[in-house]
Design a protein around this ligand. Sequence first.
Ligand code: S3P
Length: 171
Amino acid sequence: MKKNIILIGFMGIGKGTTARAYAEKYKCFNIDTDDLIESKTNKKVKSIFEDEGEKYFRSLEQECANWIESSVDNSLISCGGGFFNVNNLNKLGTVVLLDASYEWIYNRLSTAENAKSKLKKRPLFAEPKKAKKLYKEREKAYKKIADIIIDVERLEMKEIIKEIHKKVNKK
Ligand code: S3P
């Protein structure tokens, strides 16, 4: 079994921030699936959605998962919100879900210092009503695929990364 931590959860829940804090504290490499896709295609996720469409983006996520399966270990991998649908997720490492209510996530995103850019780079957040619908559709599937669930609403970042470390190492 691989020793990667696979961080999943809805857009805007703070996977990137959590991953950076975790990597700093526990001294591991941290890679992000959106960043991998952007570096492979030399395009922004938003432009891929606009030019080639969501289906193509999902195929890039699968390619990315295949590369992680064949080539990456002992790392923290933060995943785009829809990455959990790849067909080999549980082979990539221990799957950790960051969980919170839709309202909490929306509030976090819209009150962030750079709220505009945070919302703009996420094509599926362009319409909050649609985003909420997507959240409802994914809620159960996220929980089903996760090995570990962390409720981030009631925790400080320091506690979140400690919880992840503790629970992953107990597995
Ligand atoms: C998506 C989430 C985004 C990005 C793309 C699609 C999704 O990543 O991969 O816009 O389907 O939920 P973040 O979760 O980092 O925003």
